[in-house]
Design a protein around this ligand. Structure first.
Ligand code: ATP
Length: 435
């Protein structure tokens, strides 16, 4: 039995216990494992609906099971039956580079609307004229299409030239690759691999935040590629200067090109995204139902797609026709269970705008009263609304010590007892964040 076979058997056993029989028989049993690399597990699914269902409902558990079985974090890639024969373009010759791009993440499947049109235009420009606007830095909230656009650039480039050296990694994978190369004394190979690319795509660059050694290595990689006019694309959940503990020279380099923001889609764009999905997957759902779903989920495209899948699965399992009424039943629990997780960046931004200061002020070191109080409120809310430890909160607030965080929380808690205005403000902030 290969490593992949035994891993798959263990995963299936775990899912058997986790899900009901109907879900297992309909969604899990038909899945087939294709390959396992250091960072990705490729799985073949029979229909787009299965892919959606896995994407939205099973991915987190799957990652958890894989981590438990093989002791490392692996990203699942879902391919449809028949697609895996003409795989996703793989890139440079060295093994660690063989991380496939998701073939679905291309410009054709990306719906352009008000919140993403500048990012889309910039991405298309980077694909058509690599190196011209360098680097491209795409930032914005969770599930808004940053990875989709970034990989679309890679897929576009590989379509024009299948020999293009394209590499996609998350900043965590970059860090791991770098650490492994130090351990195995293969830094030369690591450098050769990363510095001889036509396109480097780095996802979630904010996770370089406190990794000093990796930042130095990335700085050198960046410079080499930049000097050769090779395109670099990064995504992040926030602007470069708002990433705590990112060296100034990196912040300034990340600003050289054009940082572009993606904001949540408006109603029309959400409807268009749903329409394009159902057309692609040949699903029969009326516009009234799509309008209803788009009206319910308004901040995150991943959740929007998840809602659509949930409605389809609900109709399938109950053997009913899809109507707005059925959608409302199917989404009843879903709205609560998938409520967007609040991030530290959300809290910092919300508090900053509430008190008319900037997010940089919140994570900075200025000790003026107008800033200190909001900073303490933001720390307090982070403790309340996330499960971050005190040291982790400190890190997210510009590398402060955990005792500073504790002091801030104590201070706000004490003030709340007899300051009605503060109580009201915090109540309002919580409402806005939970909205
Ligand atoms: N404008 C769009 N048109 C079509 N699909 C979209 C659009 N925006 C997002 N999506 C889809 O939404 C899902 C989430 O997108 P993606 O993973 O790119 O988000 P992200 O911003 O990188 O999120 P995260 O911050 O969690 O990494 C994907 O399935 C993607 O295809």
């Amino acid at each position: 039995m290969t490593e992949l076979d035994s891993l798959w058997e263990a995963i299936q056993n775990s899912f058997r216990q986790y899900t009901g029989k109907v879900t297992f028989d309909n969604f899990i049993a038909p899945a087939k494992p294709i390959s396992l690399s250091q960072t990705r597990l490729e799985i073949e699914l029979p229909t787009p609906m299965h892919r959606d269902f896995w994407n939205k409902n099973l991915t987190e558990k799957l990652k958890e099971y894989v981590q438990r079985e093989v002791g490392r974090s692996v990203e699942p890639i879902y391919v449809l039956a028949g697609e895996n024969q003409s795989p996703t373009p793989t890139v440079s010759a060295t093994p660690a580079a063989n991380i496939p791009l998701n073939p679905y993440y291309n410009f054709e499947t990306f719906v352009v609307g008000d919140g993403n049109k500048i990012a889309h235009a910039a991405a298309l420009n980077a694909a058509e004229r690599p190196g011209y606007m360098n680097p491209l830095f795409i930032y914005g909230g969770v599930g808004l299409g940053k990875t989709h656009l970034m990989e679309a650039i890679g897929n576009y480039m590989l379509k024009i030239n299948k020999n293009a050296r394209v590499k996609y990694v998350t900043s965590e994978e970059f860090t791991n690759d770098f650490i492994n190369s130090i351990q195995k004394r293969t830094t030369e190979q690591f450098r050769e691999e990363y510095r001889n690319l036509d396109l480097l795509l780095i996802d979630d660059i904010q996770f370089l935040a406190d990794k000093e050694g990796t930042q130095i290595e990335f700085f050198n990689t960046f410079n080499t590629l930049y000097d050769q006019q090779k395109q670099i694309v990064m995504t992040s959940d926030r602007m470069p200067r708002e990433i705590p503990e990112l060296q100034d020279r990196l912040v300034s380099r990340f600003m050289w090109g054009m940082p572009v923001e993606i904001t949540p889609p408006d109603l029309e764009t959400r409807i268009a995204i749903l329409r394009s999905k159902v057309e692609e997957d040949h699903i029969d759902i009326g516009n009234d139902t799509l309008n209803y779903i788009a009206g319910q989920i308004d901040t995150n495209v991943r959740e929007l797609e998840g809602a659509l899948t949930k409605v389809q699965a609900y109709a399938d399992l109950s053997n009913e026709i899809i109507t707005p009424h059925l959608a409302s039943r199917a989404l009843k629990d879903f709205r609560h269970s998938t409520k967007r997780q609040i991030t530290v960046a959300d809290i910092q931004k919300q508090v900053a705008s509430f008190y008319n200061i900037t997010q940089a002020d919140i994570i900075g070191k200025k000790r003026v009263k107008q800033i200190v109080m909001p900073r303490q409120i933001a720390m307090y809310l982070t403790r309340e609304l996330t499960d971050f430890s005190l040291p982790k909160i400190g890190k997210e607030f510009g590398g402060k010590d955990h005792t500073t965080v504790l002091h801030a929380i104590d201070k706000i808690e004490a003030s709340l007892k007899d300051d009605a205005k503060l109580r009201q403000e915090i109540h309002k902030l919580k409402d806005q964040l939970n909205d």
